[in-house]
Design a protein around this ligand. Structure first.
Ligand code: ATR
Length: 283
């Protein structure tokens, strides 16, 4: 592993989140940069919802800033503050990575959905024709829903605390993928579900309840949680004990590193030595 000193030539990325202590992206991206010999660094910033427009405006004035990463709760809001969006980001109405173009414009990309889908497939989860229950309807859920629909799931049920937001997402997915039966699920059950994905923040704190009633959970359901800290949420613990295939959230991130580096125009100087190593995670 090589390490570049941080200099005036280093490509600097800001990462906006709130809270910020649970965010894995900076440590994972920085490790990836070292492994691939890329002279770049990601620095985390805690930015509240109300301060996001100001933070983006400030970022525009930092001329050596090469881009911005975003995590909860900004993925949806930031899409409206940028100059342009990739097709995936437009479809999702959310962005998780932003590139500053040579002319200074900010271009928003979306790699969470494809990252999650790639992580599920790498764990042997079958998505073609699957019945999926998606928990949450925020910025991450939007990206994940679009990617699952594109991956050929037959049915996508969306359950969210704010039902109107789930309905809006179901409409959005149906508009792009009419072949997928996409509906709001009000019932609190996982009965009949092939794949369960949690995109809510429920599970981040040790005192949190389960995000959904798991009484009907059987080993036939694959379970993923995009929460990365703790590494094993209560949901994943329960699923593992029930014998379910389990895909922790870190795989959504690991499986988007390569495409994200390409989007950011970062050229590795070292060849990859296989899959990106999972970082040593401590909760
Ligand atoms: P992100 O960009 O990471 O998706 P977000 O857009 O703030 O972040 O979305 C957070 C998700 O977690 C939403 O689905 C939110 O539900 P609401 O749409 O009802 O706000 C969900 N969420 C957050 N706190 C929750 C809680 N205490 N109980 C249930 N759902 C919660």
């Amino acid at each position: 592993m090589t390490s570049h000193p941080i200099t005036g030539h280093t490509r600097v990325y800001a990462h906006f989140a709130d809270p910020v202590a649970h965010v894995r992206t900076p440590e994972v991206m920085n490790r990836f940069f070292r492994q691939r010999g890329i002279d770049a660094v990601v620095v985390p910033y805690q930015v509240g919802v109300e301060d996001l427009p100001q933070a983006v405006a400030a970022a525009r004035s930092w001329k050596n800033l090469a881009g911005i990463g975003v995590t909860m709760p900004h993925k949806e809001h930031i899409a409206g503050l940028l100059d342009d969006l990739t097709e995936d980001a437009v479809r999702a109405g959310a962005s998780n990575v932003i590139r500053r173009l040579p002319d200074g414009r900010l271009l928003g990309g979306q790699y969470d959905g494809p990252g999650l889908v790639a992580g599920l497939l790498a764990h042997g989860v079958r998505l073609e024709g699957a019945r999926v229950l998606l928990l949450g309807a925020g910025g991450s859920a939007r990206a994940v829903a679009m990617a699952l629909a594109a991956a050929g799931v037959s049915r996508l049920d969306i359950r969210n605390r704010t039902t109107a937001r789930a309905a809006e997402l179901a409409d959005r997915v149906s508009g792009v993928h009419p072949a997928v039966r996409c509906e709001v699920r009000v019932e609190n059950t996982v009965a009949g579900v092939d794949v369960l994905v949690n995109t809510t923040s429920v599970g981040m704190r040790g005192t949190d309840p389960l995000p959904v009633d798991l009484t009907a959970l059987t080993a036939a359901t694959a379970v993923s949680d995009i929460i990365m800290k703790p590494t094993r949420t209560r949901l994943l613990d329960h699923a593992q004990r029930a014998g379910c295939p389990v895909v922790p959230g870190i795989h959504m991130l690991l499986n988007q590193l390569g495409p994200t580096a390409d989007f950011l125009g970062l050229t590795p100087t070292l060849e990859p030595s296989g899959e990106p190593d999972p970082p040593e995670l401590t909760d």
